[in-house]
Design a protein around this ligand. Structure first.
Ligand code: CP
Ligand code: NVA
Length: 306
């Protein structure tokens, strides 16, 4: 059966751990294995802007011996109204995997529904699971484990990063806290699924409105933009309610000793995170960005080996 990676809990805890182990191996031996030699091709399609995802997939696929075909959704026939399903049927005849950054989660579900090859979510409005694989790799590098580690995400609790950290974090047995203002809390269905997964793994999920209480004893603080792609001009005040959730030195001082800070980037310096923290000794963001490459190579290797 073809496996897809549309959201973080598409992987069982054991499968996620297997991919993270592969990611560590891919990092230790970057130009070693070439499982996509042939070359096997991967279509990587973008309906939204990207720097990290685009370059890390293209470089990673090349390092695996494969061929990346990068496509701009808007200038493909998708942009002129060809259906997602017809696109999926055709791409499935050419390539060994489809990686897609798009808006609605239902769009990537439609792509996967008829695909004969694995479909990978490279960010939707609802989830960013490739990012969270890299985040987990980074946390494990720093702490030597994931189970039992406490992670606090601060900001828009209803966005793709909050949802993916919830599902991906509890899959790894982490304690995931979301600190968000009223009106920006996670989707109830995602919360329910995260709680169910946490029951299996010993992780936990907590919503805490107060940012200081939320970071107390936390090992990992995570910031993300207050205005995600596609939300510009949605009529919501995306600055005022978020100000007290800024990851700054004063807030970081309330976290556990040795706490690290993650941000998927791009950062809006002075809004969700200060220069002092982003460029400071607790920041793990550059390792986190690098790990996109290794984690995605591991994911593709695993999915195409199925
Ligand atoms: N973090 C991330 O996905 O970055 P890009 O939008 O640059 O791909
Ligand atoms: N939440 C952000 C993540 C960017 C990588 C967005 O969707 O714009």
């Amino acid at each position: 059966m073809v496996r897809h990676f549309l959201r973080d809990d598409d992987l069982t805890p054991a499968e996620q751990a297997e991919i993270l182990d592969l990611a560590d191996r891919a990092k230790a031996d970057r130009f070693g294995a070439r499982p996509l030699a042939g070359p096997r091709s991967v279509a990587v399609v973008f309906d939204k802007s990207s720097t990290r995802t685009r370059v890390s997939f293209e470089a990673g696929i090349a390092e695996l011996g494969g061929n990346a075909i990068i496509l701009d959704g808007a200038t493909s026939q998708l942009g002129r109204g060809e259906t997602i399903e017809d696109t999926s049927r055709v791409l499935s005849r050419y390539v060994d995997a489809i990686v897609w950054r798009t808006s609605g989660q239902q769009r990537i579900e439609a792509m996967a529904s008829v695909a004969r090859v694995p479909v990978v979510n490279a960010l939707t409005d609802s989830f960013h699971p490739c990012q969270v694989l890299a985040d987990l790799q980074t946390v494990r590098e720093r702490f030597g484990r994931l189970a039992g580690v406490t992670l606090t995400y601060l900001g828009d609790g209803a966005n793709n990063m909050a949802h993916s950290l919830l599902l991906g974090g509890v899959t790894a047995g982490m304690h995931v806290r979301i600190a968000a203002p009223t009106g920006f809390v996670p989707d109830p269905d995602v919360l329910r699924d995260a709680k169910a997964r946490a029951e299996e793994t010993g992780g936990s999920v907590t919503l805490i409105a107060d940012p200081h209480a939320a970071v107390e004893g936390s090992d990992v603080l995570v910031a993300d933009t207050w205005v995600s792609m596609g939300q510009e001009g949605d009529g919501m005040d995306r600055i005022g309610p978020f100000r007290r959730y800024q990851v700054n030195a004063e807030l970081l001082a309330h976290a556990a000793d040795g706490a690290i800070v993650l941000h998927c980037l791009p950062a809006h310096r002075g809004d969700e995170i200060t220069d002092e923290v982003l460029d400071g000794p607790s920041s793990a963001v550059w390792d986190e960005a690098e790990n996109r490459l290794h984690a995605q190579k591991a994911l593709l290797t695993w999915l195409l080996g199925k």
